[in-house]
Each structure stands twice: as C-alpha cells, then as structure tokens.
Design a protein around this ligand. Sequence first.
Ligand SMILES: Nc1ncnc2c1ncn2[C@@H]1O[C@H](COP(=O)(O)OP(=O)(O)OP(=O)(O)O)[C@@H](O)[C@H]1O
Ligand SMILES: [Mg+2]
Length: 278
Amino acid sequence: MTSPPPHVAVSNYKGGVGKTSLAQGLTVAAAEAGDRVLVIDMDAQGNLTRRLRAPLSPNPDERFGASLADVLQRPAKGEIERILVPCGYGGIYSERISVAPTHFDLELLARTAGQAASERRLLRALAGVTDDFDLVVIDTPPRLFCHLIDIAWTASDVILMPCEGEYEAVEAARRVKERVLEDRHTLNPDLEIAGMVVSRYRSNLTLHKQRAKEMEKIVGAEGICPTRLPELVAFKNMSEKALPIVECGSEGRHMASLYRDVYKWSRDRINTVMKGAA
Ligand SMILES: Nc1ncnc2c1ncn2[C@@H]1O[C@H](COP(=O)(O)OP(=O)(O)OP(=O)(O)O)[C@@H](O)[C@H]1O
Ligand SMILES: [Mg+2]
C-alpha cells in the first residue's frame, strides 16, 4: 500500500508575501516532475483558483454548488471529489493538477465556526480522495485566528511559509509558529512547520540578508530553503496572466528551474520533518 501524499498548507499571517505564488509555483513544478497534485484553495479571495485557470460557473447558484463553500458546509466523507476540476493550462498540467475551486462565497463558512467539529470538515471531505495524488497543496488566507485557517491546518501535515525579507513578514511568520505550538493540540497534534521559503528577495539589500538570517531563528538554518525567489517581473506575470512560469518569457523559463529546486528541497524537507514527527 502506498503512503498518503503529504498535505502542505502554505501560510503566513502577513498578506502579500507570496503564499499563492508559492502554492502555484510548487504545484506547477510538481506536475512538471510527473507528480499528480490536488490543490485546495482555502482563501476566499480565490486567487489560486484563478491563477490555475480552474473553471467555475459565472452563475452564482451553480458556482456555489461547485465550490469548496458548498462542500465544507457539512461534507460527507470524500465529498470533495465531486467539485474537482482540472487546471486550465492544458497538456500535462490539466492531466496532473486537480483543483478544489473557491470563490468569495467561502467567506460564508465563518457562520459555521464554533459548530461541533467544524474545523474537521476539510479532513472529512478529503477522506479516500487523496490516494490518487502525490501531493496536496492548500493555499490559505493571510490570517492567524480564523475558521478557514483552523480548517486548513487541521487537514495538513505540514506548513510551508513564504516570507519576504521585511520585519513585518518575519514577525508574522513567528506568530504562525507560536500559534501552531500553542493550539495544535486542539486542531491537529501532528502539525509541523516544515520550513520557510524566502520570497521577493533582493540580494543587493543588506536588510534582506539580515532578515533571512532572522528567519533561521524561527525554523532553524536547515528549515530555510537555500533557493531564494528573487523579485522579478516574471513572478508578476505568472499571477497576472495566470500562466505557468515557464510560459512567462525567457526570465520565466529560468525561474521555472528555481521552482523545481524549491519543490525538490520542499519534498526532502517535508519527508524529514514528517519522519521526525512519526
Ligand atoms: N518573487 C516575486 N517577484 C515579483 N512579484 C512577486 C513575487 N512573488 C509574488 N509577487 C507578486 O506579489 C503579489 C502578492 O503575491 P501573492 O498573491 O502570491 O501573495 P499572497 O501572500 O498570496 O497574498 P495574500 O496574503 O493576499 O493571499 C502578486 O501580485 C504577485 O505577483
Ligand atoms: Mg494569497
């Protein structure tokens, strides 16, 4: 029997640090490496749904029923399967990437916060479905104490934190770690922070180098991905144009190899952390 795929939440309390970009980049790199990826968009902004070109009906009633907002109301075991749609890039991406899509409607789920076992709903919806995949990627909103975060983390094995070399982003990552340590006994006792990926990095800024050093205090030197994602237009295009980075010009083709390195490091790191926790 094959072991279940790692369930990876991409989180940082700070907004705009590159969570959805990292989720998109890892998903695409995994597919390019031949892996099958299940993507769960737990941010009601629905940015990852759009960036992966996952189809959702423009009709509000149809859209609600075909999205996570409906499934997570009161899911049957494995119910997420009924809303999965292929990534809209075509080719190997559509073959290997399945998306549980999200729209702004997901905000309505806040109404169910506090109901018995409500934070276990994603876990229940995923039961038996993940066996067909090699990786589960869960994008999360820029929040800390929030129902959508509780649901996402309860269903995750590990958290990956993208982080800019800025004081507020590092502080926000530190708060994620504090909350995990304080609250995982109620949410998910096995939850671990796998590591951090430095994003929007400018190697000519001393400040960015210093902040990257400070990140080591949160997850240890071995928890920092040695590949840093530079601040470049190709990453903007990847999100703006909703394309795999390899299709974002010559700069994008080069950056695709960076994401492949980040994916390889992440898999190794996740294996190490999950073995240590077992
Ligand atoms: N390395 C980079 N270089 C240039 N722009 C980047 C880079 N990484 C991300 N961006 C841009 O920064 C913006 C925010 O990125 P992204 O949406 O991934 O952040 P986020 O953490 O998911 O935001 P939110 O907290 O709103 O969910 C996007 O417009 C994206 O294109
Ligand atoms: Mg985001």
